[in-house]
Design a protein around this ligand. Structure first.
Ligand code: ASP
Length: 445
């Protein structure tokens, strides 16, 4: 058994970090620069340039052709080429011809979409292990799902932990594991992030480094604000709030395995390894210079406004409204209410085609004085653990919006005081985000 090491790191490299031989070299330099980086999770090769195709997408497309009974040789050859190019660029002697042949046969025999998609990580993992001189661990034997296809953390830890204790180091392909009958099962897209988190938990790592092509999270979407400031530290709860509102860098489910064990995640940039990146932690006393941690938002909501005198005295009013939604199989996002009013925010896509049924059902159940539906609502979440301690945050948000001439249609402050959510018209979305960014960030510079 290998002795436990202090400062053990589990490191995951995303698709763009392993897209070609040049990126492999950068990743290997990072991994080998410190012996604490013992367990490495590999994604499939991603895009080498903007219009390029990810190997995972190539695999899905190729498999669809195979499963449809069409010819897929050309597509398969293009996939082979991606891997051969990496092997050649790294001057390795590893030969994957036997692997290619058995995968191609499996495609012809319709081995399943998940199996097909997983081969990108599998092959890239073999190459990376060879290049680093690390062991290779196929997650099929260790990362386990139950009969219903739900990931089984307990079983996985039970199998994976002793395996990791046996080896000095290893490369483990991301994205997949296996069902009780040993068929391959993948997580949803971007799922190598989840594998990294699981391995960090099983290895009892001190930190889970997630290497990607950006230097961590930014306070705001760079498509709205040019060069927004990076977020140095964010808590898991803040991240949940921002991710729900569309901030993406890390797969949403990747935080759960490490969060329970208090293992921080450090988002790092393979192309700028010196950058500090973002630390995702359980709790932090480090107060952000800007009070807020991040701003995120999404378009595509609508509000059902309900009004009825004395609504506040009516027992079961809220339940009846929600049951009307339930009948149409709809969930709600937020539900701010006043004494005689209630607004239910729902996703525009989800309610499409069901509007009449939902409103009729609410009318039938609660007999409102008025009910109407308003479309084209955008929600903006201003998130920050610093808001709990700082007076006047909400005031600053609303005066900034007023100055920018943005009409606020809805306000919801989570009970945790971690976030303020405002609803504005979709047309005002960018202006509103800019106004909030300016008041909290630009004025602090
Ligand atoms: N290669 C997979 C995808 O493209 C999984 C991952 O990269 O995390 O979704």
């Amino acid at each position: 058994m290998v002795t436990a090491m202090k400062n053990l790191k589990v490191v995951k490299f995303g698709g763009s970090s392993l897209a070609d031989a040049g990126q492999f070299k950068k990743a290997a330099d990072i991994i080998l620069s410190h012996p604490s980086r013992r367990f490495v999770i590999a994604s499939a090769p991603g895009k080498r340039y903007a219009e390029d195709e990810k190997v995972t997408d190539m695999l899905y497309n190729c498999y669809n052709k195979a499963a449809g009974g069409g010819s897929f040789s050309e597509d398969f050859k293009a996939i082979e080429e991606r891997f051969k190019e990496i092997i050649k660029g790294l001057n390795l002697s590893v030969n994957l011809d036997a692997e290619f042949k058995s995968i191609k046969d499996a495609f012809a025999h319709r081995a399943g979409r998940d199996y097909a998609a997983s081969r990108g990580e599998y092959l890239n993992g073999i190459i990376l292990a060879d290049y680093l001189g690390f062991n290779f661990i196929d997650p099929a034997g260790y990362i386990r799902f139950n009969e219903s296809g739900v990931f089984d953390l307990e079983k996985t830890i039970e199998l994976l932990r002793p395996k990791l204790e046996e080896v000095e180091n290893a490369v483990i392909p991301g994205f997949y594991g296996a069902m009780p009958n040993d068929t391959i099962r993948t997580f949803s897209r971007g799922g190598s992030d989840i594998t990294g988190s699981i391995v960090a938990r099983a290895a009892k790592a001190d930190v889970y480094e997630n290497w990607t092509d950006v230097s961590g999270f930014l306070i705001c979407d760079p498509r709205i604000i040019e060069n927004p400031k990076p977020i140095r530290t964010i808590t898991y709860r803040e991240l949940r709030e921002l991710a729900y509102m569309g901030a993406t860098v890390l797969h949403e489910d990747a935080i759960f395995p490490v969060r329970a064990a208090g293992i921080p995640i450090n988002i790092k940039n393979t192309n700028a390894p010196e950058d500090r990146g973002t630390m995702i932690v359980a709790e932090s006393d480090e107060v952000s210079k800007y009070v807020i941690t991040g701003i995120a938002g999404k378009k595509g909501f609508c509000v059902i406004h309900i009004e009825k005198d004395m609504m506040n005295n009516e027992v079961g009013f809220g339940r009846n409204v929600l049951r009307a939604l339930e009948k149409s199989d709809l969930n709600f996002e937020h539900m701010p209410s006043g004494i005689d009013t209630m607004s239910v925010i729902v996703n525009k896509e989800c309610i499409k085609g069901k509007e009449k049924a939902v409103l009729d059902e609410i009318r039938f159940r609660v007999k409102p004085d008025s009910i109407e539906i308003e479309e084209d609502l955008a929600l903006i979440a201003v998130v920050g653990r610093g808001m709990i301690k700082t007076r006047g945050t909400a005031g600053r948000i609303f005066s900034a919006l007023a100055h920018a001439r943005v009409n606020v249609k809805m306000i919801d402050q989570g009970s945790s005081e971690l976030n303020v959510i405002v609803g504005v018209s979709e047309d005002d979305f960018d202006t509103a985000v800019k106004a909030v960014y300016d008041i909290f960030v630009l004025t602090q510079e």
